[in-house]
Design a protein around this ligand. Sequence first.
Ligand SMILES: [Zn+2]
Length: 129
Amino acid sequence: MADTFQKFKDSTSRAITRISVKTSSSLEKSKIKMHIESITKDVQQLTYEVGELLYALWLQGESSSGALTAKLELIKQKKDEIEQLTVELNSIDARDNEILGNKVATCPGCGAECDTTSKFCRKCGYKLQ
Ligand SMILES: [Zn+2]
């Protein structure tokens, strides 16, 4: 009887841990995603500006300028930042899997890391089981 209760307590506290880990991670992840989204908008704006600038230069018979290079470097910087944030996002998933003891498998379809309990790959939909 006491054993059953202990088991119930254990599984309940595991469930609570699971929920709290997932909740704090999803908050963390949505913050990073919003950051990525705003940088992506910056990149789109910059790309547009580069196009306009390039066109203006082309009209003047030129193909490059310091202003153009500066904008291109800024785009590169922002894209690097997006890449870094994406790595951060993935590491949150990896950390959660470690905390929760999820077994991780590599999807044969796309190489993404998937929970072995999932039926389909989250990324490409490949049937895992
Ligand atoms: Zn996949």
